[in-house]
Design a protein around this ligand. Structure first.
Ligand SMILES: [Zn+2]
Length: 230
């Protein structure tokens, strides 16, 4: 079932390692086939060197395994909440990439300090609230998804294609697999640039709103004109 998607999701997980976003097995990527409502996700704890498309696990939107011999990633419930709450998403990536994780641990949003950032995020990279003791005790991974959704009240997840979970690490996503991986790579680089910018000038101001809008909106939305017409 969904052999093509298993191949792509396996490649997507390996791409995160190649991009330097994943150390050990600290990361997971999934995709959804919206026609069937099936999610394909990396198995839990399998070394990347040995990972093959047939190891991918297929579940339904409730997390029930539909196909696969291995257990799905423990973070599956967070991915499921994001797919259910954000219908535009086709793929979700979770990593503990260094600089984005540092911002998450410092409990700071990544401010939009330049146009590189504005090409991808229509403002700062949001940070969630911390989870409460009850949320951790009662369905921890599901709570991670819910605290992200709560942070996105009034925010378009395609205009902010990633988030920092306070005290934890980033999630990124996209309409498709390639876009989700790209956004995870970009999020890490934006965090790295912001870190160094703030070292050079701790008082660096956020990008002017008119420049933020110009850069974001020329690439995204109704009036986008960047790139070639598809
Ligand atoms: Zn994590």
């Amino acid at each position: 079932m969904l052999e093509w998607l298993k191949t792509d999701v396996c490649a997507m997980n390996l791409a995160l390692v190649e991009e330097g976003l994943v150390t050990q097995t600290w990361g997971n990527a999934s995709a959804i086939d919206r026609d069937t409502g099936r999610i394909v996700i990396k198995p839990s704890g399998v070394p990347y060197n040995d990972m093959l498309p047939e190891h991918m696990v297929i579940t339904d939107l409730n997390g029930a395994v539909v196909e696969g011999d291995l257990k799905p990633s423990v973070d599956l419930p967070a991915h499921l909440v994001l797919y259910a709450s954000f219908p535009a998403l086709g793929a979700v990536v979770h990593t503990h990439s260094h600089f984005a994780t540092c911002f998450a641990q410092a409990r700071r949003a990544v401010p939009c300090l330049g146009t590189t950032h504005a090409d991808y995020f229509h403002g700062e990279v949001p940070i969630t609230d911390a989870l409460t003791a009850e949320e951790v005790a009662d369905g921890y991974e599901n709570s991670i998804g819910k605290v992200i959704v709560r942070r996105f009240a009034g925010l378009d997840p395609l205009a902010f294609p990633g988030v920092l979970c306070a005290g934890h690490a980033p999630f990124a996503w996209g309409r498709g697999l390639m876009q989700a991986v790209e956004n995870a790579v970009v999020l890490e680089e934006l965090a790295r640039m912001a870190f160094h910018t703030l070292m050079i000038n701790p008082a660096a101001a956020p990008l002017e709103s008119y420049l933020l809008d110009k850069h974001f909106l020329r690439k995204h939305g109704q009036s986008a004109y960047y790139g070639q017409k598809g």
